[in-house]
Write a protein that binds this ligand. Structure first.
Ligand SMILES: [Zn+2]
Length: 254
């Protein structure tokens, strides 16, 4: 299932229906309680498990090494954030797609663990479709709250978008040794509830930097996070991602 374990003649014989999965992580601040590797950890872990599940079910799928550094400029203020400019990330995704287009592979699936990459990922998907004829897909381990996803934690008021309840729970499941739950505090921008039209997951989005909301770094309420919630969340993400990969392998618009 690992693309990079194959030789070039083996890669030259892959089926055109093979889905190449590229996990997009991020190395960026996630508040005082989570490591800067959070998005990288989640994207690569879900991708590994989902590709394994899909592969066992007979879906033609290969896993590319995860991209650790992506577009985290909204967290540029914090030490530990290592970010690519949008131009660099766009060129990187295009160049990876261009390289894959020299193989028989015609299906490329970005599994994106960092919401800040989503808009750019959609543009890259279209660019790769037009320039190289690839069938491209952009999915998330779970749909981000600011892209219409739901949060189950009422105290987050629909704003658990970064280092909140779900993400903290997921890291508690995957790498409990990296979570400093004793430092977790709520950081919910309650002032945004005054607006009906503008906000996370509302009809009108807005440009923001994470320190616009204060010095905490995270946006959400991690205080009630548990490994059990994280396990359920992780397993659901693996299941939906594996199902998406199976669809991607047979996807056709006609
Ligand atoms: Zn994150």
């Amino acid at each position: 299932m690992y693309f990079v374990d194959r030789t070039f003649p083996e890669i030259a014989e892959l089926s055109p229906d093979t889905v190449a999965v590229l996990p997009l992580g991020a190395i960026e601040q996630h508040g005082p309680h989570l490591p800067v590797s959070t998005d990288y950890l989640i994207a690569s872990s879900v991708a590994e498990a989902a590709v394994s599940t899909a592969s066992s079910a007979g879906v033609p799928v290969v896993l590319l090494p995860a991209l650790a550094y992506t577009k985290s400029d909204e967290h540029a203020w914090a030490p530990g954030t290592i970010w690519l400019s949008w131009e660099t990330l766009m060129r990187t995704l295009i160049d990876i797609g261009r390289s894959l287009a020299t193989t028989p592979i015609r299906r490329l699936f970005f599994l994106n663990g960092h919401g800040g990459n989503s808009a750019l990922g959609q543009v890259a998907c279209r660019e790769l479709r037009r320039e190289f004829g690839l069938q491209t897909f952009l999915g998330h381990p779970s749909v981000p709250v600011d892209h219409g996803g739901r949060t189950s934690e009422p105290s987050e008021l629909g704003m658990g978008i970064h280092g909140g309840f779900h993400e903290t729970s997921t890291v508690l499941h995957l790498r409990p040794d990296l979570v400093h739950l004793e430092l977790a505090e709520p950081a919910v921008p309650t002032g945004l509830t005054a607006y009906q039209q503008i906000g996370f997951g509302k009809p009108v989005s807005f440009g923001w930097l994470s320190d616009d909301f204060g010095p905490a770094g995270h946006i959400g309420d991690p205080t009630g996070a548990t490994a059990a919630v994280g396990k359920a969340h992780f397993e659901a993400a693996v299941e939906t991602t594996a199902a998406a990969l199976a669809e991607a392998a047979r996807f056709s618009v006609s």
